[in-house]
Design a protein around this ligand. Structure first.
Ligand SMILES: [Mg+2]
Length: 364
């Protein structure tokens, strides 16, 4: 079964949010953008993938189109491990993170979609899942810097059935107001996106500790400083989470060896796809570390995350970015009900991106 085509599609879908306009990476978002990837084969089986993401989508798209796709044409779509290892080696000189690995992630996800379809099995079963069909989701709010907004949206998320709410805040006030709004029974996580030195992180962790955080995420700059993260964790103020910016399985191995995290957060569209994600999960289990994937995705990236989580021994939380699309990309699958998400049952990823949505919102 040979790969005959790799096509990338950049979608820009407007979204509703009840807070003021915000975004990550130095940009205010008016749309939520998804970089889809489709692999066709000479046997007529087609697979879908998703590559990270956000404001670098056009760079990732160019990297796939000009660098990665030509190396995939004519290769055996069923030999996933062999092909991904070969691509990683051929492309390592262009970066062990960023668009190259994001692009490879999309390829790997699409190949696993094809593998599931060929086997006639949903991916979680192909991966040895025991049949956990419902997964707990957490509401992942954007960053607002505004105590009134975090209080209102946290309470709203709890009303919608979430028992876990994550804030992307870097000050005490918006965290404290959210805690006051939801009460002591709801788990609150704080994701800071790598703002602080070790000394600053220690001081902030002491300030935040009375808010009883479920975890503090990426408190240290730069994200690869696992030694500083481990030092902060040893202070024992709250559980520490990180990993969405790790470019390889080896980075996670180093994190675990250093004792840097309580919660590992591999991102299926950033780490190298389902193949690498499974290695990270295995390493985490061996190191007695919890896994909660980074998954601000609404298409194949989310579906791949659901299948990996459903096939794992541990019961993982699923990140659901707390926004509402104008039009959903994969039907109802990205929506949590009473804080639970359903793992699809159809072969492969279990759902195709909606062709009408692609046609309407495709930008490139
Ligand atoms: Mg994060």
């Amino acid at each position: 079964m040979k790969i005959t085509a790799v096509e990338t599609m950049l979608l820009r879908i407007p979204y509703r949010q009840s807070g003021p306009p915000t975004g990550f990476g130095g940009k205010v978002w008016t749309t939520l953008d998804t970089l889809l990837l489709r692999i066709d084969t000479d046997e007529g089986v087609t697979g879908w993938g998703e590559a990270f993401g956000y404001n670098v989508n056009e760079g990732t798209k160019a990297t796939i189109d000009t660098l990665i796709a030509p190396l995939c044409i004519g290769r055996n779509a069923a030999a996933i491990g062999e092909l991904m290892a070969d691509l990683q080696r051929k492309l390592h000189l262009f970066g062990r993170g960023g668009p190259v690995i994001y692009g490879l992630s999309g390829i790997d996800i699409a190949l696993w979609d094809i593998a599931g379809k060929c086997a006639g099995l949903p991916l979680y079963r192909l991966l040895g899942g025991a049949g956990r069909r419902e997964l707990r989701a957490y509401a992942s709010l954007l960053r607002y810097h505004d105590p009134a907004v975090t209080a209102r949206l946290s309470a709203e998320a709890v009303d919608r059935g979430y028992r876990h709410v994550k804030l992307h805040e870097i000050e005490l006030a918006p965290v404290a107001s959210a805690r006051a709004a939801v009460g002591p029974e709801i788990a609150i996580m704080v994701d800071t996106n790598c703002p602080w030195s070790l000394a600053e992180a220690r001081a902030m962790a002491r300030q935040l500790a009375p808010q009883d955080l479920f975890w503090l995420e990426e408190p240290i700059w730069p994200p690869e400083d696992v030694a500083a993260l481990a030092q902060l964790r040893r202070a024992g103020l709250m559980p520490i989470a990180a990993g969405e910016n790790a470019g390889s399985t080896l980075h996670f191995a180093q994190m675990f060896a250093a004792g840097a995290v309580d919660v590992a957060q591999p991102s299926v569209s950033k780490i190298g796809g389902i193949s690498e994600m499974r290695k990270v999960v295995a390493l985490a289990e061996a190191a007695n570390v919890s896994v909660v994937p980074h998954s601000p995705y609404f298409g194949p990236g989310l579906l791949a995350t659901l299948h990996v989580a459903a096939s794992a021994a541990q019961d993982m939380l699923i990140e659901r970015l707390y926004v509402d699309f104008e039009t959903p990309l994969c039907g109802d699958l990205a929506n949590a009900r009473n804080g639970m998400m359903t793992v699809p049952e159809a072969p492969g990823l279990g759902a195709e991106p909606d062709a009408a949505v692609i046609e309407r919102y495709r930008a490139k």
